[in-house]
Ligand binder design. Structure first.
Ligand code: PEP
Length: 240
């Protein structure tokens, strides 16, 4: 199981102290060595976090990247080589908060190619708006995001998909279990059995309900991941 902490635009050098609890917990957590914890902080914290987590099995990821793999005159941006160089192993691409800021499927596809070329693993986000869901357009939209996002990518072994319905992010709402099961099944069929995570308002209160859905390969956790206790609780409840 994957547990991806998306810190979004939160966190300071001081907040790295909160990782001590998670490191201690994971050290004593022998039950499931196959579980993977990945922290995705803002770019300013990638390297300090990497240094802190270096001797632990916890890995670091970036939250976005520039599409151009080469260096260049792109003020304010970082490319996938820089992300790798800072110690990250993963990068989130296609998060709805960036899609809403104008990221197209085509741009996302270029970013994914750049990340794979630089040796990063990709957490590829897809998901529908409430309007699309209400119009029963979810599968059509996901199909389009997957087809275009993964266009002409031959080896997909370093890609995992995070299904994050936009209406669920930060709202406290999660999809109905049956619906979520069916959507994940649809994504897996379309994406030829890539791992599929669920993201959107995952917290210690709803994790038991989510864990009953047996085709989810892990979770992407935003708000609750900034609180070490809540994050640990989510992991514990997944296994105990
Ligand atoms: C996210 O933004 O990726 C996310 C899952 O957020 P939250 O858990 O806060 O809904």
């Amino acid at each position: 199981m994957y547990f991806i902490a998306n810190w979004k635009m939160f966190g300071s050098l001081n907040s790295l102290k909160s990782l001590d609890k998670v490191i201690k917990f994971f050290k004593n957590f022998k039950k499931n060595t196959s579980s993977k914890i990945i922290y995705c902080p803002p770019s300013t914290l990638i390297n300090p976090m990497f240094k802190k987590l270096k001797k632990t099995p916890i890995q670091v990821g970036a939250q976005n990247c520039h599409e151009n793999q080469n260096y260049g005159a792109f003020t304010g941006s970082i490319n996938t080589i820089m992300i790798k160089n800072a110690g990250a192993k993963y990068v989130i691409i296609g998060h709805s908060e960036n899609r809403q800021n104008g990221e197209t499927d085509k741009l996302i596809n270029t970013k994914i190619k750049s990340a794979l070329k630089s040796g990063l693993k990709v957490i590829f986000c897809i998901g529908e708006t409430l309007k699309e869901k209400k119009k029963n357009k979810t599968n059509r939209l996901l199909n389009k995001q997957i087809t275009r996002g993964l266009n002409k990518i031959k080896s997909k072994k370093n890609i995992i998909i995070a299904y994050e319905p936009i209406w669920s992010i930060g709202s406290g709402l999660i999809p109905k279990s049956k619906e979520l099961f069916e959507t994940i099944k649809f994504i897996k069929k379309k994406a030829k059995n890539l791992k599929v995570l669920y993201g959107g308002s995952v917290n210690p209160k709803n994790i038991n309900e989510l864990n009953l859905i047996n085709n989810i390969d892990g979770y992407m956790i935003g708000g609750a991941s900034q609180d070490a206790k809540k994050f640990i609780d989510i992991i514990k409840k997944t296994y105990i």
